[in-house]
Design a protein around this ligand. Structure first.
Ligand SMILES: [Zn+2]
Length: 200
């Protein structure tokens, strides 16, 4: 679901904030304004896109449309906060970094490019809070499962490497959480090296 329609009259409370589309900058940030064709009468449809912070939804895009000819009105609400494809990069440099908390959403893919590791979201994946060490354990579990399924799979060296990382013996690497819904996060301290990127 990428948008929610408010129908003709707009959602209660939202319409109030949006008003007639005038003077919105006081509450929201006007992102754009353009003209489209009214789906009802074919007349000129004024479209405004305004970004708001709404208490219930967080950062939200309101797309309001109004036809000057027939009066057709429609407001679409698109929550941005939980729909933004984000990538979180965490640099893991020392043993203490293994205890940095990681919030992993079921929709997130996890990468460690330096090790060539990638964990895709499983159907059974749940939202959970772990730490970097816990994420390494996820990789290890996945590798061991792979070996159970395929005896030929060469996973021993990687398992050994993950074990030594867990012991604190490693060269720095980057943990990447790639999340189409932007829910995953790293709860890092002031000295942690974290970068967040919008992937859209
Ligand atoms: Zn119209």
């Amino acid at each position: 679901m990428s948008s929610q329609s408010s129908g003709e009259g707009g959602v209660e409370g939202v319409e109030q904030v949006a008003g007639d589309g005038e003077n919105v900058t006081e509450y929201g940030r006007l992102l754009g304004e353009f003209e489209d064709v009214c789906p009802v009468c074919g007349g000129p449809l004024k479209v405004r896109e305004v970004e708001y912070m709404l208490p219930s939804l967080g950062k939200t895009l309101l797309v309001s449309k109004k036809c000057a000819k027939c009066g057709y009105k429609r407001t679409d609400i698109v929550p941005l906060s939980f729909q933004r494809h984000t990538r979180v990069y965490l640099r893991v440099e020392k043993k203490e970094d293994l205890y940095i908390k990681v919030v992993r959403s079921p929709t997130a893919r996890i990468f460690i490019p330096e090790l060539g590791l990638e964990l895709r979201p499983g159907l059974d994946a749940e939202m959970f809070v772990t730490n970097v060490e816990g994420v390494l354990q996820l990789f290890k579990d996945a590798l061991l499962r792979l070996k159970t399924l395929d005896e030929e799979a060469r996973v021993d060296d990687m398992v050994k490497l993950l074990d030594s990382i867990a012991e604190g013996d490693f060269t720095p690497f980057t943990l990447i959480l790639d999340d189409v819904y932007g829910v995953s996060a790293v709860i890092a301290g002031p000295h942690s090296r974290v970068a967040i990127e919008n992937a859209d």
